[in-house]
Ligand binder design. Structure first.
Ligand SMILES: [Zn+2]
Ligand SMILES: [Zn+2]
Length: 149
């Protein structure tokens, strides 16, 4: 985790931003909850546990900065809440999501399944793709298993 933090620090430096203690606290929470999809409020509550002096506005600004620098992606699963998701290191495109309509769980597909689709879109619409968002809505395997037993 330290090396990951170091790399994010370098990423900020390369864009002339400093990893201030407030920013670092926010990044640490994101790293510790990498599997989760936290809202700004969620991140703030977790940051506050360790650094009660940091306010929501600071956390919010940090998240916006990290989004701009492409350290995190901002995503909305249709519930009107913006969530922040650490970008997979080295990935060119944002990972895909499986959102369960039953229990609300969000699972991730790290593999990029859209290569062929992108090729078609680029050729047919003469559109240079930089990134994409893919969210599947359905019933997760845990809810399937529960229903069966
Ligand atoms: Zn995700
Ligand atoms: Zn489920």
């Amino acid at each position: 985790m330290e090396s990951r933090l170091d790399r994010i620090k370098k990423q900020l430096h390369s864009q002339s931003y400093k990893l201030t203690p407030q920013r670092e606290a926010t990044v640490r929470v994101l790293l510790e909850h990498e599997e989760d999809h936290l809202s700004a409020e969620d991140v703030y509550l977790l940051v506050k546990e360790k650094s009660p002096e940091i306010g929501l506005a600071t956390v919010y600004r940090t998240l916006e900065l990290l989004t701009e620098l492409k350290v995190v992606d901002k995503i909305n699963f249709g519930d009107g809440v913006s969530r922040y998701d650490l970008r997979t290191e080295g990935a060119e495109h944002f990972h895909h999501h499986l959102v369960c309509l039953e229990c609300g769980a969000v699972d991730e597909i790290q593999e990029d399944l859209l290569g062929d689709v992108e090729k078609i879109v680029e050729e047919r619409w003469n559109f240079k793709i930089k990134d994409h968002r893919l969210t599947f809505h359905g019933i997760c395997h845990r809810c399937h298993e529960k229903a069966e037993s």
